[in-house]
Design a protein around this ligand. Structure first.
Ligand code: ARG
Length: 407
């Protein structure tokens, strides 16, 4: 049997590798993908081979991640439960796709990953693999064997596998180009403020520069193409914005979120670039989108975020929603200006050749072309059903009484 293992080089997957080889009498092919995580990938291939993999592939998929996953989510304004820009969730379908492709190339019959049984990532990977190649078996050692951290360390030591220094950290992190997540340890108490040491991309408000920074982002059909007037490829733009916004402490998120498996968990995220780009994109889209379309797009953004979060990337619904948002982007060209200051990001200006904002209609100064008289007729028809309803049954004038049970 041959198994393709998603290999990070950390303790879990380093224990899973020989574990799988032994239990399944299998040849293990390790696959490590570069999605822009801060972890150095140098040495990971050799480590996989030293740990017993028959082959180890390391692939840079950052461009595909940015174009095929981050960008559609940005165009869709996809933010989970009002806060989480979905960095991890967007990476998983791409990881699944590459694992499936390599499994097919290598004629493997199974895919293995290090996810536990209580997270969202297992769902995202398993469901994506099923969509792409249902004949592949998915094996999740952490879900099956349930080894404790000390068990894993003992197992690794017994097999001469070096234990990574990161095992001393009480935190579990995941990161890529779009952001970073931190869980476990004291963070599991939602009342406790996160210690400063958990952050890697963002400065604390105290450590931020005393002068604010201005950032200008140009979009072309929903794609961020220029940062402060300088044209750059999407990956560079994201990296550059991560640095600028992170330096000003922007993009820290502290939330209790609803996992798909039914539990609420306290999550900390750092997503400086995602935070700023989403804010800017939504602002520009507001400026250029007709009201009715804006309302529908806003509703569908929530659906899109839920779908990504819940592991349903490879579905007809996602394809259809992408088509919808792509159509909306036809107008989303223009510039947004923002101020970054000690952890806060504020929009201070927006402009677009497609703007539906019309100064002559909005102004209270000279040059007003709005037909004030027409408002009378409009209001008389707008209020007609209201007047009709009130005539049949008088409308309650007081605030509704609160039932005794919840007073
Ligand atoms: N709660 C986030 C999500 O479900 C972050 C998950 C982080 N994953 C990890 N393996 N550490 O997308």
């Amino acid at each position: 049997m041959r198994i393709v293992l998603a290999y990070s080089g950390g303790l879990d997957t380093s224990v899973a590798l020989p574990g799988l080889a032994e239990r399944y009498q299998a040849e293990i092919i390790a696959v490590t993908l570069d999605l822009g995580q801060e972890k150095a990938l140098a040495g990971v291939r050799q480590r996989a081979l030293d740990t017993g993999a028959i082959r180890a592939h390391v692939l840079d998929v950052r461009e595909e991640f940015a174009q095929g996953y981050i960008l559609p989510a940005l165009k869709a304004d996809a933010i989970y439960e009002d806060r989480y820009p979905l960095a991890t969730a967007l990476g998983r379908p791409l990881i699944a796709r590459r694992l499936v492709e390599i499994a097919e190339m290598e004629q493997a019959t199974a895919i293995a990953h290090g996810c536990t049984g209580k997270g969202n990532d297992q769902v995202r990977l398993d469901v994506s693999v099923r969509a792409l190649n249902p004949s592949l078996e998915v094996i999740a050692p952490a879900r099956l064997w349930q080894m404790t951290r000390p068990d894993e360390i003992a197992y690794a030591r017994a097999r001469g596998i070096t234990v990574p220094a990161t095992v001393d950290s009480p935190y579990s992190t995941d990161s890529n180009l779009w952001g970073r997540s931190i869980e476990c340890g004291v963070l599991e108490d939602p009342w406790k403020e996160p210690p400063e040491e958990i952050y890697a991309l963002t400065a604390s408000p105290q450590a931020c520069p005393d002068d604010p920074a201005q950032v200008e982002i140009d979009f072309a059909c929903g794609v961020p193409v220029r940062l402060n007037g300088v044209e750059m490829p999407l990956i560079e733009l994201i990296e550059s914005l991560t640095l600028i916004a992170g330096t000003h402490g922007v993009g820290r998120i502290d939330m209790v979120e609803n996992r798909l498996v039914g539990i609420k968990s306290r999550e900390i995220y750092e997503a400086p670039a995602a935070h700023v780009l989403h804010l800017a994109h939504r602002e520009l889209q507001k400026l250029v989108t007709p009201r009715d379309l804006e309302r529908v797009a806003r509703d569908l953004s929530v659906r899109y975020a839920d779908l990504v979060y819940n592991g349903l990337w490879f579905t007809p619904l996602r394809e259809a929603l992408d088509a919808f948002f792509e159509r909306v982007q036809a107008r989303v060209t223009g510039t947004v200006r923002l101020t970054l200051f000690k952890g806060a990001c504020r929009i201070v200006g927006r402009r677009s050749p497609m703007a539906l904002y019309e100064h002559a209609l909005a102004t209270y100064d000279a040059g007003d072309i709005f037909d004030h008289r027409a408002a009378e007729g409009f209001i008389s028809l707008w209020g007609l059903p209201v007047a009709l309803a009130a005539r049949r049954v008088p409308i309650e004038r007081h605030a509704p009484a609160v039932p005794a049970a919840i007073r």
